[in-house]
Write a protein that binds this ligand. Structure first.
Ligand SMILES: [Zn+2]
Length: 106
């Protein structure tokens, strides 16, 4: 499973919290991958704002696309060193989304 490929297909549903533009053309970079959870760096193509998001994939089936669960507290779960600023960034990214989590992911 290519996490970045899946995220890329969904990125257009995200909005940059800083400039409000669609993240469809954003840059995605895998920071760390652990089991079914990944930390991905997202760089806005419009304002170059960079933030980290943590994604976790639900159990896969052969017929359904995996669900993406964006979490706002990645540090403990992923066991990687993340500064307080990074966590805050991720929180702000999620807080900047206008809809609820359901609409963010579907
Ligand atoms: Zn932006």
């Amino acid at each position: 499973m290519d996490v970045l490929d899946i995220l890329r297909r969904q990125a257009g549903r995200f909005q940059c919290p800083k400039c409000g533009q669609s993240l469809a053309e954003c840059q995605l970079e895998m920071v760390t991958h652990h089991d079914d959870q990944s930390l991905v760096k997202v760089t806005c193509a419009h304002c170059q704002d960079t933030r980290l998001i943590a994604v976790a994939f639900a159990a896969e089936t052969e017929t359904e696309a995996p669900a993406i669960d964006v979490r706002d507290e990645p540090a403990e779960d992923l066991g990687v060193a993340i500064s307080a600023d990074d966590v805050l960034d991720a929180r702000l990214a999620l807080a900047g989304h206008a809809g609820d989590l359901e609409s963010l992911l579907r």
